[in-house]
Design a protein around this ligand. Structure first.
Ligand code: GLN
Length: 523
């Protein structure tokens, strides 16, 4: 097993995740079987209980793991499927160590950060990498070098370095190379952050410099001299107009050549499919505008939705322009038309709680009544059912028990009734879904049995299904008597999914609901 560890310095948000994902993609293109681990030094067990405002999207893995959004980037870039153990957090590590201590596994020893916590970290990294069946494992250490939280993880990496063969572990350090007012590239922050890393006993093999413009040769020479890293191993990560271009850019910068030599990895093949995908993306000659109505005004919260739209557009020869619409603004407006007269389609994504909900419902009503392509995901699906039940099926007080009193057309899942804990207790991960023949859903998926990822506590109330269908909204996919998709025959495109198709969408394999939605908008 070989490991490529990615650390970050200077500040957060430099694109370590994209660097790790792109490195993985490059190695995959060269014929290697890759996997990835994300280390999040926070104390939460997982991202499932975190506010989207704090942490961006909660990405759902096939086994129901609720993870950091970087795992989504890994899955999309490397075209792999990860599981919950691929996201290591301080919470998970300490929980295991404390459980072991209580069981008496440490035989009376004093349990300490070194060696017990660091051993647990190393063991997890190695076990997860091995179990994946991959040859190379990317390990991204979240946070910034110097943070107290990430110390035990960097110490574990330092130890792994001496335990593994030299060619089996390489370390990429991502730093910032800012420009001064004269436009000169400044290397001091990089020097300091490498110095900080070396104080922990860890020397980088490769430095990736995030910068506005390509790193100049003189900048590379300076970083090389101060940081003891050969010039060929200083990679310029200048702003790219699309994240999917980063692997190509880094390869051009010589990352593959250097890394593969350093790790003794011969080039096995030269897979061009990613490049071809980029070419398709660049040759698009039309643009569609999608209005996404949500209450979290930050794009990171719906990263996978945004990416899934992009994938569907790449396959359809167009570009997407996303108009983020605040649901609370729609809620307050007397005439919602002004939000939607310049969009080709309306999307209502997942969400929780009351705030802004009436705005979402107004948006759905507008899409339904004006024959505008509509896609509702999870909460968006539930709200579409509520909207229809209120305005067509004769229950003006229809709502969800999540939202308050009324006719509960959306109700708590029966198995959720006694659930008291918050973390990891929703209906999570991949579940089978059976799709009805002769429906839009079946035309999109082209088969009757699919598996999709879920994250919800509520569902369509089974007692009202016949009544709703009688009025024309069809439930076109289910899992037993759990409704999984709805659609409106006769409408240009009106589809809701209880699951989250965005999590299985890949740049080269768009999710069918998104593809259908984009193609309806193009018509
Ligand atoms: N709040 C809804 C539920 O729990 C929808 C969840 C979601 O959109 N992920 O069922």
């Amino acid at each position: 097993m070989k490991y490529v560890v990615v650390t970050g310095g200077v500040m957060s948000g430099l694109g370590k995740g994209i660097t790790a994902a792109s490195t993985g993609r490059i190695l995959k293109n060269k014929g290697y079987n890759v996997t990835a681990i994300k280390i999040d030094p926070y104390i939460n067990i997982d991202a499932g209980t975190m506010s989207p405002f704090q942490h961006g999207e909660v990405y759902v893995l096939k086994d129901g793991g609720e993870a950091d959004l970087d795992l989504g980037n890994y899955e999309r870039f490397m075209d792999i499927n990860l599981t919950s153990p691929h996201n290591i957090t301080t919470g998970k590590i300490y929980k295991t160590v404390i459980e072991k201590e209580r069981r008496g596994d440490y035989l009376g020893k004093t349990v300490q950060i070194i060696p017990h916590i660091t051993n647990e970290i190393k063991e997890r990294i190695r076990n997860v990498a091995k179990a994946s069946g991959a040859e190379i494992c990317l390990v991204e250490v979240g946070g910034t070098v110097g943070d107290i939280e990430s110390m035990p993880f960097l110490e574990a990496i330092r130890q792994m370095r001496s335990e593994e063969k030299v060619e089996d572990l390489a370390l990429i350090h991502v730093t910032l190379v800012p420009m001064d007012t004269m436009g000169d590239q400044k290397t001091k922050p990089t020097q300091h952050s490498v110095k900080e890393l070396r104080e922990l006993g860890v020397t980088p093999d490769i430095i990736v410099g995030r910068c506005k413009k390509p790193l100049e040769q003189s900048t590379k020479a300076k970083i090389s001299m101060f940081c003891d890293v050969p010039e060929a191993a200083i990679i310029s990560a200048h702003d790219a107009d699309d994240i999917y271009k980063v692997p190509l850019q880094m390869e051009k910068e010589g990352l593959a050549d250097y890394l593969m030599k350093r790790m003794n990895l011969p080039v096995r093949e030269d897979n061009q499919s990613w490049n071809q995908m980029i070419k398709r993306m660049e040759s698009a000659n039309r643009t569609i505008t999608v209005g996404i109505v949500s209450k979290y005004g930050i794009e990171d919260v719906y990263l996978s939705v945004k990416e899934a739209l992009k994938h569907a557009c790449i396959a359809s020869g167009c570009r997407v322009n996303i108009k983020w619409i605040e649901s609370e603004d729609v809620e307050k407006a007397s005439d919602p038309a002004r939000f939607f007269n310049d969009v080709d389609g309306i999307l209502v994504p997942g969400g929780f709680g009351n705030r802004g909900v009436e705005g979402n419902i107004k948006a759905i009503q507008y899409a339904r009544e004006h024959n505008i392509p509509f896609l509702g995901l999870c909460f968006g699906f539930q709200l579409a059912v509520i909207e229809f039940t209120r305005h067509v099926a004769g229950f003006p007080d229809a709502t969800s028990s999540e939202l308050g009193p009324g006719t509960h057309v959306i109700d708590l899942l029966p198995e959720q009734k006694d659930v008291k804990k918050m973390g990891g207790t929703m209906r999570l991960g991949e579940h089978m879904v059976w799709v009805k023949d002769n429906t839009l859903a079946h035309r999109l998926y082209g088969k009757g049995k699919i598996s999709e990822r879920h994250r919800h506590r509520y569902e369509v109330n089974p007692d009202l299904i016949d009544h709703i269908e009688h009025h024309g909204l069809i439930f076109s996919a289910k899992n037993d008597n759990r409704m999984e998709m709805c659609e409106l025959p006769g409408h240009k495109f009106f589809l809701g999914t209880q699951f989250h198709p965005e999590f299985k969408s890949r740049p080269e394999r768009p999710a069918p609901p998104f593809l259908g939605f984009v193609q309806a908008m193009l018509k």
